[in-house]
Design a protein around this ligand. Structure first.
Ligand SMILES: [Zn+2]
Length: 178
């Protein structure tokens, strides 16, 4: 698996303006030219307009980067919901990991495993006043697929996933049975 990680975070990815200390920065999960999910950090003036399919959040630029940030699970849920509407290309494994993380944190309830046209999907329910149902792909993964996926997700959502937050198994049958 390969993806590009843009490590230059001290300037706007769109207009290249260098950030001042404490300047507002918009981070957005958007699509690159190949329709793959990428994170772009831009200045307020370059804030993306499409609020339906793009998940974005705001931080302030710090000259001295703070230590690891915790995962914002509400942000993760917004990514999940945005990708229900328009999934990026090759995002199935990533979406599966997001799904398992959200189930583990009880943001989503796993109802069962269904097969459609030879593919497996997790059927999920979001508890709350307006109950929502979702289908998310459950591709076949092995435990060895997890570390690179985890790194990619951490980069995308700008937060590090704690070991105990990680799913214990990538097996969909086991997940649905638990
Ligand atoms: Zn800009």
């Amino acid at each position: 698996m390969e993806w590009k990680i843009d490590r230059i975070r001290d300037r706007c990815a769109s207009c290249a303006k260098v950030y001042a200390h404490d300047e507002r920065v918009i981070s957005a999960i958007t699509l690159d030219a190949e329709e793959r999910a990428v994170r772009r950090d831009v200045c307020v003036a370059c804030k993306p307009a499409d609020a339906v399919t793009i998940v974005w959040w705001e931080t302030r630029f710090q000259q001295h980067a703070p230590k690891k940030k915790k995962v914002d699970f509400d942000r993760l849920l917004r990514v999940f919901e945005a990708w229900q509407k328009s999934p990026p290309r090759d995002s199935e494994s990533l979406l599966y990991l997001i799904t398992l993380l959200l189930v583990r944190k009880r943001y989503l309830k796993l109802v069962d495993l269904v097969s459609e046209e030879g593919k497996e999907f997790l059927r999920l329910r979001k508890p709350g006043p307006t109950e929502q149902w979702y289908l998310a792909p459950a591709p076949l993964l092995t435990p060895a697929d997890l570390p690179p996926l985890r790194l990619r997700l951490e980069e995308l959502i700008d937060g590090s996933i704690e070991e105990e937050e990680m799913p214990a198994s990538v097996d969909a049958e086991a997940a649905a049975g638990s």
